[in-house]
Design a protein around this ligand. Sequence first.
Ligand code: HAM
Length: 417
Amino acid sequence: MNPIVGVKGMNDILPVESETWLWFEARIEAWLARYGYRNIRMPLVEQTGLFSRAIGEATDIVEKEMYSWTDPLNDERLTLRPEGTASCVRAAIEHSLLHDGPKRLWYSGPMYRHERPQKGRYRQFHQYGVEALGYAGPDVDAEHIAMCAALWRELGLEGIRLDLNNIGSAEERAKYRAALVLHLEKHFSSLDEDARRRLKTNPLRTLDSKNPMVQQVVATAPSLADFLGKESQAHFEGLRKLLDQERIPYRLNGRLVRGLDYYNLTVFEWISDRLGAQGTVCGGGRYDGLFAQLGGKAAPATGFAMGVERLIALLGANQAKTGFPDAYVVHSGEGTLEFAFSLSESLRQQGLKVLMHAGGGSFKSQMKKADASEARIALLIGEDELKAGKVTVKPLRTGEPQVQVAVADLATTIKES
Ligand code: HAM
């Protein structure tokens, strides 16, 4: 019988990788706490209408990447979340989270998009999302970018560059859109199928087309920056001033429009050149219209999300491992299992990571397991040790000689070794 395998584009995270994930998650969560962000947890499943309304009907995500189905029990259209911002705003509206003022929130977990899987692009992937709800900016916009810059520094990640754009208000974009469509129509014969289709639905997406022919047309297109009014410009200048003050370098990229329709004013992406085609490790921006669009009281907001798989790939293999035990307990002889069992429990209660050998076997085979466990030391318990109330402490990684230690002094000895 053929074994059943996992779903394409949805990965197991095996213990050896999971250690890096745990290390990474602990660092991220400490960093979020330093900036005063609080955790929120939303369901993985939402009504389909939430995403089509928030992300936009004419986006790749809503048009072709959502896992949606009809719940046969009540005929409801449901979707596995492709991102977290829509759910976070839905929850904030539903529970009146802003009734006593703005909120800084974060969430994490799996997201689902039916994309063509390749390195760095999966159908189930993980994000850390950060949302500042009720803040008009540009101070919080700058805070988000500064947070990311600090995190890359802390994680030792080099070569992540920042692309920044100001996409103005919905009204400014509508005027620009008309001018852009005119230009694209003039060059209709040079447009590919995607760009032609988007003329009617989402022409701004054509700005970041990867097709060189289309890029040539885009190069001579009118610029969105020329359509921005005083207020939008002032917001962007306020943001840039803080970034300059903090010496955070960025590239102004007039073609950066992002793949979700809820944005206005600030949009940004952090891109690594070490990850090939899927180099964007983090993206976000302002979405001042989303609360009202989802039926809530209007409130300004901004946020971003990081792709965990991509950041972990950048971290590489040289990360601190958290999973190794301090000690591996080897026991052989009459009565030693019971002694080893309580000793292991007692050492764990004193804060040590202890692996007790399970499953029997000779002393020699247990020592092999101790070595393979990557524990720092082995604790050897034979009948002699049992009689003397002592344990033999054998360093496994340093070549130091083994010593006998009284049970009462064992935890201190291990901690100090
Ligand atoms: P997004 O740009 O669609 O934005 O996704 C954010 C990050 O998730 C990307 O930069 C990338 O690192 C990662 N990512 C996206 N799709 C995949 C995939 N198929 N496989 C692996 N990683 C992926 C959002 O989701 C917005 N909700 C961000 C936001 C929050 N904007 C405001 N607040």
